[in-house]
Design a protein around this ligand. Structure first.
Ligand code: ADP
Ligand code: MG
Ligand code: MG
Length: 896
């Protein structure tokens, strides 16, 4: 080896040059091939050029100085291993030049097969294999792939040539073309290349190899690969490895073929091999989705020994890698070769089932199972299904169920049309072929439907990875995207028409079939979540406003209520009149009278919450929104006044006039920053008193019934320590009065929300007056950015599109700004009061990326809506155990 660094690794033919752990350098494909060599599995020999060379190449536009030398030596080894030479006209060595990144990106980069074949060596290959037809077919494939990838000739050019000649010969498939037909195809391809690329196809193996390697490196930067990386958060600077591998031929004869499979069903998770096979074909035919292959069971019939061998090998691979494998293989004249193995992409449904079954059989541990389920995907498991309760509509057509779920949407016939419809009704992308080029459209679509391709096509793989429902190989559909028409049998559809897919069964329906929620819970998911909660470093609570919410939260194992918004109870129909009377009151005694009416109702709500959450903490937030939110719309009152006047009803006129007057008095220019939160308690302490009384009387009552209430009273929208000091005194006074009246007391704690930047900066002073705090990240985000959540939709998209914001700060916490304030607050608080309990409520409490951040800065729990509990519980289990950041006594505390 030249130089200090190793650029190239060998595999196959007993080379012991790398293993599965080296995917960063070898790419997943290269590492898998190296590992298969170690396991003694038959793989055609080859070499893998490391991702480091790609990074160097992309940066400098050239290879490292000592690279060429190492490449020469490695290719010589490959020639020796196979016993053929590159460019030898009588016995040419042909190779595939394959891309392979550390993180699998199916179909996003390029691969070229049959590299090394020239006009001259066609005859050598024909002699070697005994088939001229095969040699011609291999050459035309090389021209097609090399032309498209390296010379950037539009694919359509080649398709046109093929279509014309297929029509001339009345051949349905490429494989039915005669030798003469193939000769014409080759001439047509040569001409297309010369016309479009202004150059002729290189006629030496060395030149082809070198150009192919360059092109594969460059394909790291092609548009769809970049897009896929952005979508999946894959760093842009990893680079791809390039594997140059001796070809084996699935297109020699009928005892040859190519296939792709999964060791378990990647759509449902069922534990049986799912695969596809095409006799007399090369691998690209399947994964590119241009032909519909046969189920792998066909191989079991036509070549049972090969099927047995494959079954044994893939079983070994699954046990060895301890995960479901996605494998590619080729059979050449009755001999089996594995070409690729990798952890299979799978639907969320399959991921859960597979992980649980692997725990049951002892292949993986429960914590590995938890780690394998991506929190963002589990809602798919409970995604809506088509509702057949009114009967099953006529089935228009059927295809293969390639990715589970249901979709109802408008037809889009091109990726561009689908992507363009991003903000309107859901769309279903319908296309003739299942190609990964359509990635933009796949992202935008609710569902995919294709005429060709199989369940192993790259586009199906990508759809499963994204949780999109997908039906492939619906052979009765025909898409004519040129005239914008979709034919299904006799029926004709246009873009914008509605279509419904039941991708779990592969059935296609016209129009809009209604959707219904999925039945109940998934048993596998329940196991995963139980394991997740057991191994979680921190608690996940739920936001719940009513006893019903609380009961749903408890059923989902919430560790308490992190936020009960009392105002939601005020909106109930029978209460609103009292709430309004309270607001309209002209003086304190009047207000107290209305509050007294509300008290028993509030108390009842809290009793319900405490019963549901016995032994678990319940954080109840005092009234937060501006009062005018409880008043009716202005126009309704105007109408009432008009009516009263027309009827000359003096009492009604007076009531309506008073209403209007109070509405005007209460109306605010900017209510979000208005008379709300603790400001209400400062100005109308009797509201706070009523709520505290309701909370503690409820607690006393249910405690007497034998429940264990753990009330936490939380003050919203605090900006200063002085506010908190004042309100804490009021709460304690109200509490003492309750206890004096009842002759018994109960524990309660007082806390505040930190949702104003000032509160975060002054948290060290505020914390003196509370025993817990909860970050209200929604308001804190609004106030820190100065973005109103209700209006931000108008400009946030532009920020996201231009990359000014990386993600929506209302969905994922802004670590630098809002998160920075949180860190500052936590440091100060822990310095002053190490035992302070710190939580997060707000939408971010259910977002995996935000949860990871919250744990890293030292919060004690998060709280989210009951619907998001499973996602949050799983995300929590996947965070690293807490690292406390504050060292008491060493932190600066601002002078608030
Ligand atoms: P992708 O990453 O797009 O799957 P691959 O590099 O795996 O691309 O190549 C695509 C297909 O080409 C494979 O499925 C395989 O069947 C076929 N192929 C690649 N290398 C060889 C080879 N050395 N011999 C025969 N077929 C090959
Ligand atoms: Mg592949
Ligand atoms: Mg708030």
């Amino acid at each position: 080896m030249a130089g200090e660094r190793k650029y190239i690794y060998r595999f196959g033919n007993h080379a012991l040059d790398g293993d599965a752990s080296m995917s960063a350098e070898l790419g997943g494909k290269g590492a898998g091939l190296a590992e298969m060599t170690l396991l003694g599995i038959p793989v055609p020999p080859g070499i893998t050029i490391s991702t480091g060379v790609c990074r160097f190449y992309l940066e400098h536009g050239a290879f490292p100085t000592d690279f060429e030398e190492e490449l020469g030596a490695s290719l010589a080894w490959l020639e020796d291993s196979v016993g053929r030479k590159f460019g030898d006209p009588r016995n040419p060595l042909l190779a595939s030049v394959r891309s392979g990144a550390a993180i699998s990106m199916p179909g996003m980069m390029d691969t070229i097969l049959n590299v090394g074949l020239t006009r001259e060596s066609i005859h050598g290959l024909a002699a070697q294999s005994g088939s001229l037809r095969f040699a011609l077919d291999s050459y035309r494939r090389l021209l097609q792939m090399f032309g498209a990838v390296v010379l950037e000739v539009p694919k359509k050019e080649f398709d046109n040539v093929l279509e014309t000649i297929r029509a001339d010969e009345a051949a349905l498939r490429d494989s039915e073309l005669s030798e003469a037909g193939l000769q014409s195809v080759i001439e047509g391809f040569h001409q297309a290349i010369e016309r479009c690329a202004q150059t002729s196809f290189p006629q030496t193996a060395v030149q082809q190899l070198s150009m192919a390697v360059h092109a594969v490196f460059k394909s790291w930067r092609n548009e769809r690969a970049q897009y896929y990386r952005r979508l999946n958060g894959i760093p842009d600077d990893l680079g791809t490895a390039v594997t140059v591998q001796a070809m084996v031929f699935g297109n020699v004869d009928q005892r040859s073929g190519t296939g792709v499979g999964f060791t378990r069903n990647p759509s449902t998770g069922e534990n049986s091999i799912l695969g596809e096979y095409l006799a007399n074909a090369q691998g690209e035919d399947i994964v590119a989705g241009t032909r519909t292959p046969m189920p792998i069971s066909e191989l079991a019939e036509s070549m049972p020994e090969i099927y047995e061998e494959l079954f044994a090998i893939t079983g070994t691979l699954e046990r060895h890698f301890r995960d479901v494998q996605d494998f590619e293989f080729t059979v050449e004249k009755g001999k089996l070769f594995l070409l690729q193995t990798r952890a299979a992409k799978r639907s969320a449904l399959a991921a859960v089932r597979i992980a649980v079954e692997m725990v049951e059989t002892g292949l993986i541990s429960s914590s590995e199972a938890v780690a394998r389920i991506s929190p963002a995907t589990i809602n798919e498991i409970l995604a809506p299904q088509l509702d057949f309760s009114q009967g099953v509509p006529e089935v228009l057509a059927r295809g293969l169920p390639a990715s589970p779920g249901a979709a109802v949407g408008r037809i889009a016939l091109t990726a561009v049309a689908a992507a363009g419809a991003l903000h309107g009704d859901p769309v279903i992308l319908v296309s003739q072929e299942t190609t990964a080029d359509d990635i933009h459209g796949i992202v935008a679509a609710a569902g995919l439907l294709t005429a060709c391709g199989g369940v192993t096509s790259h586009a199906a793989v990508v759809a499963r990875g994204m949780g999109k429902c997908c039906i492939t190989a619906a052979k009765d559909i025909f898409v004519d995207s040129d005239i914008g028409v979709l034919r299904i049998g006799e029926a004709v559809f246009h873009e914008g028409d509605w279509l419904s897919l039941d991708a779990s069964s592969g059935r296609i329906f016209a129009g809009k079939v209604p959707l219904r929620a999925a039945d109940g819970e998934n048993a596998g998911l329940r196991s995963i979540l139980r394991w997740a909660i057991d191994q979680s470093p921190l608690a996940v609570r739920a936001n719940a406003d009513t006893p019903e919410d609380a009961s749903a939260a408890r059923a989902r194992d919430a560790r308490g209520i992190g936020l009960c918004r009392t105002e939601h109870m005020f909106f109930a129909l029978e209460r609103l009149p009292h709430v309004r009377a309270m607001i309209l009151a002209r003086n304190t005694p009047e207000r107290k009278r209305s509050l007294n009416e509300l008290l028993p109702m509030q108390q009842q709500d809290f009793e319900g919450l405490f019963r549901e959450m016995s032994s678990l903490p319940v954080t109840i937030r005092l009234l937060d929104p501006p009062l005018h939110e409880f008043l009716p719309p202005r126009k309704d009152v105007d109408a009432e006044l008009l009516l009263a006047r027309s009827e000359n009803d003096a009492g009604a006129i007076q009531r309506a006039e008073l209403f209007l007057e109070r509405m005007q008095a209460l109306s605010e220019t900017n209510p979000m920053m208005g008379h709300r939160g603790c400001r209400l308690s400062i100005t109308y302490p009797e509201i706070l008193e009523m709520q505290v009384r309701a909370i503690l009387q409820a607690a006393l009552k249910v405690a007497a019934e034998g429940f264990v209430p753990l009330p936490e009273i939380m003050v919203p929208f605090v900006a200063s320590a002085e506010e908190m000091q004042c309100l804490r005194r009021l709460i304690d006074e109200a509490a003492n009065e309750v206890f004096a009246n009842h002759g018994e007391s109960i524990d309660y704690s007082i806390g505040t929300m930190i949702e104003l930047p000032r509160a975060a900066v002054c948290a060290g002073a505020i914390v003196e007056h509370v025993s817990f705090v909860s970050f209200g990240t929604n308001d804190l985000t609004q106030m820190t950015f100065g973005f109103s959540r209700d209006d931000a939709g108008k400009y946030i998209d532009a920020y996201l599109n231009q990359g000014i914001l990386k993600s929506d700060p209302f969905a994922t916490i802004d670590r630098g700004g809002v998160g920075g304030l949180m860190e500052l607050a936590i440091r100060q608080m822990r310095a002053r009061k190490p035992e302070i309990k710190i939580g997060v409520c707000g939408e971010h409490g259910g977002d995996p990326a935000s949860i990871e951040f919250f744990v890293s800065i030292g919060v004690d729990y998060v709280s989210c809506s009951p619907a998001r509990l499973p996602v949050a519980q799983l995300a929590m289990a996947q965070t690293q155990p807490l690292r406390r950041i504050a060292v008491p006594g060493q932190e600066h505390v601002s002078q608030c």
